[in-house]
Design a protein around this ligand. Structure first.
Ligand code: AMP
Ligand code: MG
Length: 323
């Protein structure tokens, strides 16, 4: 079975094609803001202007007739962006006469991670631009055991980088700067039970920068503090749930320092640490194609009249009938 998947919940416009054993292709046409962060209307305009070309690029590499299922990111995400994706998916499904599967974007990150790493029943740390959550499967649903009380870690890093005059996306730039950081500044370490928060750290960092702190030192202090918070909560979830696997997914998961810290925590408790390859970490069409394929094999499909976008779609709302 071959699945085509369309992603476009925010900055990433991407189409992936997968079969049951591997990723066949990923074609990307990301929205990169000229200045500032991601503006929903501008991002959706980018998506609507470029999705046609992207579809043609994909079909120059795979035969449209070979597609068995059309999958798309139904939510969560920015409404105007989601609508472009859903419209395209409906049109392709009707044109190719193939079933449509609307998928949960967060679950797609998680399932493509399990697929490509071999993690069986992990605690998942999902850290992206808009989301930061600790997720684990319990019975027929995935549950969120902890999450950010304000902004996602990616957005926090992007915001901090922007304040330093660096362009979007800021995460990789903060990672680079942090490597030459020497002085550690104490920043608000906010963990409340299983939840955490990042916006206080951003404000405190901005204040320190105003007072003349070096960018490198702030980048370093920010990473050390935020990643320690995530390691603490991930470890607590693993202990409570008696799980000995940790899976890291989402765009921020590409960060080598974050991976090192989590790996160390896992080693200390004799647990396994998993992270998928970089091209599957951030938002991409292949993860949507894979979850669509998995769901379709297990009997799911989405009727056109049920394919409206779900900007606030929660991972808990998906009934899971696969192992
Ligand atoms: P996603 O929404 O999953 O595509 O993730 C996008 C977010 O990941 C953006 O906020 C990026 O700044 C962030 N990001 C990408 N690469 C890195 C990195 N190496 N370190 C930290 N954050 C990153
Ligand atoms: Mg994402």
């Amino acid at each position: 079975m071959i699945s085509l998947g369309i992603e476009g919940t925010a900055w990433s416009l991407s189409i992936g094609v997968v079969d049951e054993s591997d990723v066949i292709l990923i074609e990307n046409d990301p929205y990169i803001p000229k200045e500032g962060g991601i503006h929903p209307r501008e991002a959706s305009l980018h998506h609507s202007e470029n999705i046609g070309k992207l579809v043609r690029r994909v079909f120059s590499r795979v035969d449209p007739e070979s597609i068995d299922v059309v999958s798309f990111s139904q939510g969560p995400g920015m409404g105007p962006c989601l609508r472009i994706v859903a419209t395209t998916a409906r049109a392709l499904s009707l044109r190719l006469k193939k079933p449509l599967v609307g998928v949960n974007h967060c679950l797609a990150h998680l399932e493509v991670g399990r697929w490509k790493t071999g993690a069986k029943n992990p605690v998942t740390l999902y850290v992206s631009g808009g989301n930061s959550q600790i997720i684990a499967r319990r019975g027929k649903n995935y549950r969120v055991f902890g999450e950010t009380l304000d902004i996602g870690l990616g957005n926090a890093l992007d915001k901090l980088a922007r304040y330093m005059g660096l362009k979007h996306p800021g995460g990789p730039k903060i990672e680079e700067l942090a490597k030459s950081g020497k002085r550690y500044y104490e920043l608000p370490y906010t963990v409340k039970g299983m939840d955490f928060s990042f916006s206080g750290m951003v404000t405190a960092s901005q204040k320190l920068l105003d007072e003349g702190a070096k960018k490198e030192d702030i980048a370093y202090s920010f990473q050390e503090t935020a990643f320690a918070m995530l390691a603490e909560v991930s470890e607590r979830a693993m202990a409570y749930l008696e799980v000995d696997e940790l899976l890291l997914v989402g765009g921020v998961g590409a960060n080598a320092r974050l991976q090192t810290m989590l790996k160390k925590m896992c080693e200390e408790r004799k647990a396994s640490f998993y992270a998928p390859p970089k091209e599957l970490m951030g938002d991409n069409g292949a993860m949507i194609a894979y979850l669509g394929l998995l769901m379709h094999k297990n009997g799911y499909s989405t009727k056109i009249e049920e394919s409206t976008v779900k900007p606030d779609f929660r991972v808990e709302d998906v009934d899971v009938n696969w192992e």
